[in-house]
Design a binder for this molecule. Sequence first.
Ligand SMILES: C[S@@+](CC[C@H](N)C(=O)[O-])C[C@H]1O[C@@H](n2cnc3c(N)ncnc32)[C@H](O)[C@@H]1O
Length: 308
Amino acid sequence: MPGQVVKNPAQQNIAALVQEIGAQNPLQQQFVRNSAAGLDGEERDWFGAYLDYCLATGQSLASLAACYNLLVKDTMREQMYFQRHGRYRCSTYSEVSDAVYQNPEYMEQYMAGLALTAFLWPNHRKMRKSFLRKLPRERGGHYLEVGPGHGFHMMSAMRLSAYETFTGVDISPKSVEMTRSIIESGFFGRWENYELVCQDFLECEAPPGKYGALVAGEVLEHVEQPLAFLRKLHELAAPDAFIYVTTAINAPEIDHIYLFDSVEPVRRMTEEAGLRIEDEEVFPYTGLSLEECEERRLPVNLALVLGT
Ligand SMILES: C[S@@+](CC[C@H](N)C(=O)[O-])C[C@H]1O[C@@H](n2cnc3c(N)ncnc32)[C@H](O)[C@@H]1O
């Protein structure tokens, strides 16, 4: 019909997911519509491929929308707690372990919802783009990812980079299972040069200087001892390793237990861990400056490339 835009199946899935999210949660309707309208071609391709993978592995657009809306609801509840008390609800691993990391039903929904935010939340979109821009394409050596969660970013690194081996370490059995599923699905490539380990990164044993790439996206605020975590990254890094760390500031979530209240403490901590900031990207809450976010204690994301 004249004037009618014909959508390919991937675009149709994106549009149908957006509609389903809005139908389940009208308060999200306009927000996700705007997000989807702003996706560029690269994002549409990957988002569409990811939805194809989800549908082929037995999920439905309705269940994915429910996962996304659960994450939104839980985030808002934690934001209200944070505004009222000025701190995150929990501050120790033991407080969140049973409810989140060791709870397969919750973790599956949480990680499925989180994967969608890489395309639907402005800051997560920016961080995904930042990672893809910075990930070295030609370097060899061993790649380590801590906390791959849903596995989407680790799978992307396996597809796009030339590292010889890939290791994922995650404390949650469900995260390990989800990462294995996306890598082994055959949807994005076929690999044998990887291993996945279910362990606390701080307890993981590997020779010092082993890894040429160390990636920890949105994990630092999940640990009781982020300084020890950064020191461990340093210890395991080969000279000239690509070290990529993102974290969240004033960003309450059910399992965020270490509160960074501004960018400066993160900078100081990386320095204390013996790491040098080679590149820093700050992503304040949409429409606000970093100063406004820090003053009003609103979420900021931070992506760092570190050197030893
Ligand atoms: C918020 S998710 C991040 C997922 C993904 N990296 C991303 O950027 O979207 C955090 C992940 O880190 C894992 N995690 C938390 N503490 C950890 C630890 N001490 N060692 C290893 N993994 C950990 C969690 O189980 C979860 O899978």
